[in-house]
Design a protein around this ligand. Sequence first.
Ligand code: THU
Length: 133
Amino acid sequence: MTDRKLIDLAREVMVNSYSPYSRFKVGAAIECEDGSVFAGCNIENAAFGATVCAEAGAVAAAVAAGHSGGFKRIAITSEGSSYCFPCGTCRQLLLEFAPELEILSARADGRYVSYSISALLPMAFGKDQMNSL
Ligand code: THU
């Protein structure tokens, strides 16, 4: 799948965002090794801490469908004029399932940038540290 197609899928799900508090819609589409794609949007809550990020929704859908590893890329879109990058918690969540993940972040005007998860979360705490016991 092309970068552009994955970004389009993230943009499609973004319209379903439930974000009455921030009014900041986010969409995410994650591509698995076998080419399957799972999407998520942000879901806010009156108790703000219960908010679910778009990336977390996409990961949850993928894992629930039986894909608990081997994610290749994730595309993230927002309506903003700047790039939307995953929050710290989502970076950690993504690392768990995909230490080699590529992250595409697309602005409203369609321009996008690409980073590796290791660039966005350097010196991360992951499975390797636990396995070094
Ligand atoms: N949000 C995401 O869904 N993903 C991100 O990468 C950054 C932030 C959501 C959470 C909240 O609903 C809104 O954007 C504002 O923080």
